[in-house]
Each structure stands twice: as C-alpha cells, then as structure tokens.
Design a protein around this ligand. Structure first.
Ligand code: ZN
Ligand code: ZN
Length: 148
C-alpha cells in the first residue's frame, strides 16, 4: 500500500474539513420555537418555524399575515405559492416584510440562513410587529426554544 502523494493528501484534508463544516451547519440549523403576543390580548400557541433535520431542504416555516382573513399563521416559505391556510386568499405576507414591522428590535429572536433559496436571510427581532387582531404595531415575538 503506497501512501498518498502530498497533493492528494491535501485534497483529502480539505474534503474532510468541508464535510465537518457541512454537518456542523446542518446541526446548527435547528428550527426555532416562538410565540407572538400583543397587549390587546391576542397571543399565538407555540409555533415551530424554520426547518428540522429531515425537512430543512424542502420546508421553511415562518409566520405570515393574511390580509384577507386577518390571521397570523405559519406557512412554508419554500412552497411554490405561499398562501393562507385558513382562506382562499393568496396574499400571505411573511412577517419579515417591512409592511408588517412597526419598529425593528436590536435583539434577534429567531433567524435562518435562507439567502441561497429566498434571496434574504429570514429574521424576527424583539421589535414591534403588526397585530392581526387590533391592527396596531404592538405585537412581539419571543423565543421559546428549539425543535429537532
Ligand atoms: Zn387568509
Ligand atoms: Zn393586538
């Protein structure tokens, strides 16, 4: 058995490093558990957003606002058409859209690297967002934990 020549060895080391980097990235991409609440009394259940270990390539859950039925729900932003689950309306707006942000916060509540897929990284901050019920920019997201 001959030992690999130096260039081959380097390629092997680089490949190993790349594989380690990729597997670390997959582990780090654990979906977030979040909640949203507004002083008017509106609050959501715990929402599992982004992706899990098995589905992160095809699924990216994110809170969306449907102006047609005025609800906040989690939708798959990787779907060909992001539509409302509760009504035939098709104009569901992701909650990182400027029209839904009253004041961005300094702290990131949840973020997901979707630049390659969506052209932007998804992010929710501790700032103020549009409440689907009272329609004021007083809705806040909080981090509850991680899933998968
Ligand atoms: Zn709707
Ligand atoms: Zn409200």
């Amino acid at each position: 058995m001959s030992s690999p020549s130096r260039p081959q060895y380097l390629v092997l080391v680089l490949l190993a490093a790349l594989i380690m980097l990729l597997s670390t990235a997959a582990v780090a991409q654990a979906g977030s558990l979040i909640k949203a609440a507004c002083p008017c009394g509106f609050h959501t259940e715990v929402m599992a957003i982004f992706g899990g270990f098995v589905n992160f390539k095809t699924y990216c859950g994110f809170p969306v606002y449907c102006p047609d039925c005025a609800t906040l729900a989690v939708a798959n932003l990787y779907a060909e058409e992001v539509s409302c689950a509760g009504c035939p309306g098709s104009a569901a707006v992701p909650y990182d859209h400027p029209s839904l942000i009253g004041r961005p916060g300094d702290k990131v509540v949840a973020s997901w690297n979707t630049a390659a897929r969506l052209g932007r990284a998804l992010k929710l901050t501790d700032g103020e967002y549009l409440c689907p019920v009272c329609k004021k920019f007083t809705l806040r997201f909080t981090h509850v934990g991680f899933w998968d």
